[in-house]
Design a protein around this ligand. Sequence first.
Ligand code: NAD
Length: 222
Amino acid sequence: MILITGAAGFIGGNFVHHWFERSEEPVVVLDKLTYAGNPATIQSHLDAGRCTLVQGDIGDRALVERLLAEHRPRAVLHFAAESHVDRSIHGPGEFIQTNMVGTFELLEAVRAYWGALPADDKAAFRFLHVSTDEVYGSLSETDPAFSETTPYAPNSPYSASKAGSDHLVRAYHHTYGLPTLTTNCSNNYGPYHFPEKLIPLMILNALEGKPLPVYGDGQNIR
Ligand SMILES: NC(=O)c1ccc[n+]([C@@H]2O[C@H](COP(=O)([O-])OP(=O)(O)OC[C@H]3O[C@@H](n4cnc5c(N)ncnc54)[C@H](O)[C@@H]3O)[C@@H](O)[C@H]2O)c1
């Protein structure tokens, strides 16, 4: 059993499809179903009974504790986030609340659960934190590509909130030994992408003959 946060969203939903192409191990999804969450993305797996969707907030520690106690996952995959940069500029509060405070509450619940596991399960447990390359800021044309040792330099409330969550995850590993992994991938695109994001927005606007909006001066490099 694995617990996945935010899997009614774009990447988490794709991950669930990918998972069930390779595994029959059941999945519990915790998702708040914000504007970005669409359970239809994973409906076939819900209907098949191998995937359970719980609507709730990662910041609801009592709920997360209950789910962990009930389902006894061997891993937590943390995709849930407020993820749209432009929205973070207009309303940063939700980003701090979900990405930082929510990740903190999730980590606290997972730490307590993990700490009480038998030794073998404890050693095999993983907490995968899905973050972004936006924590590294932006590059000039002559800079080398980002690497895992690039200093953090977030430029938007979104990337700052993700950077904060990365630091919390790192601290839980170093302070408490929680077995964590953090990924800092670049932009993803593909099926089930919410239409506010660059590629689906461009395609939809182009199909409707509307202008193609470019962020800033279009010169940003990551
Ligand atoms: N999309 C990209 O190109 C990209 C690139 C790098 C990193 N990421 C990271 O990958 C992860 C997934 O991104 P995405 O594009 O699928 O995002 P998304 O916005 O499509 O989906 C986020 C999901 O999280 C849920 N959610 C939001 N707040 C929640 C909360 N408080 N509690 C529980 N669920 C909540 C939403 O309902 C939604 O289903 C995020 O952590 C994001 O920062 C995304």
